[in-house]
Design a protein around this ligand. Structure first.
Ligand code: KIV
Length: 262
């Protein structure tokens, strides 16, 4: 049965975990969805892993829509979440234009990076029938403002603001939250403070779902892997086996382990 937003809400209610992986084309979309991964994220990480940029900033709506359409064609029942590109939350008009293109390309929900200031945009997207995931914590589109890819919410005041933002965005209509690179203790508090499913990357096992970039979990991203990455192809198995192992490890709670957390 196809995964929907209600599936994720039900999993949260049941205390069951769900898995998320990035996907960018029809071939991998088929393999990932056949492996049972619940959600595929057409992430703007494609700017780095596919296009070779050193950030996600150059990625456009047109490129994300192109990859979303390819992922939709290969999909075998996963929920498809598509990233809104850099600056698409700057005005309501930009947000609506980007979300419109991504939903028409085949997304089931869109993901927007930012903080509490996204509330009005989320409310308008929801009014137009567009489910929204709000991406908080380390938001890579703000890498220049952060001065690098750094763990967020280490200071008490930052952690408190993060939790307030999460509650505010849920109130505004966010269906899902995604937390990136946040200390595990802060995540635990945040997850308790909201009712919507929370997806984590480098945010600890307390999240309801986990996401990794496909190239990272296959061990093919050049350079040193981030602390939160596990290479699921390290045992020499094939690509299908790595996707299935990831899905199983998220669902049985063995990933992320303590060594993947901050
Ligand atoms: O673009 C992406 O792949 C993402 C994940 C890192 C969460 O936003």
């Amino acid at each position: 049965m196809a995964v929907t937003l209600r599936t994720l809400q039900q999993r949260k209610q049941d205390g069951a975990k769900f898995s998320v992986l990035t996907a960018y084309d029809a071939c991998f979309s088929r393999l990932i969805s056949e492996a049972g991964v619940d959600v595929m994220l057409v992430g703007d990480s494609l700017g780095m892993v596919l296009q070779g940029h050193d950030s996600t900033l150059p990625v456009t709506t047109e490129q994300l829509a192109y990859h979303t359409a390819a992922v939709a064609r290969g999909n075998q029942g996963s929920l498809i979440m598509a990233d809104m590109p850099f600056m698409s939350g700057a005005t309501l008009e930009r947000a609506l234009t980007a979300a419109h293109a991504l939903m028409q390309a085949g997304a089931n929900l869109v993901k927007l990076e930012g903080a509490g200031w996204l509330a009005d945009t989320i409310t308008v997207l929801k009014r137009n029938g567009i489910p929204v995931c709000a991406h908080l914590g380390l938001t890579p589109q703000s890498v220049n403002a952060f001065g690098g890819y750094r763990v967020q919410g280490r200071e008490k005041s930052d952690a408190e603001r993060l939790i307030e933002d999460a509650k505010h965005l849920q109130q505004a209509g966010a269906d899902v939250l995604l937390l990136e690179c946040v200390p595990r203790a802060v995540t635990a508090e945040l997850v308790k403070a909201v009712q919507v499913p929370v997806i984590g990357i480098g945010a600890g096992p307390e999240c309801d779902g986990q996401v990794l970039v496909m190239h990272d979990m296959l061990g093919i991203t050049p350079g040193k892997a981030a602390r939160f990455v596990r290479n699921f192809a390290a045992d020499g198995g094939d690509i299908r086996g790595a996707f299935a192992a990831y899905d199983a490890a998220v669902k049985d709670g063995s990933f992320p382990a303590a060594e993947h957390c901050f």
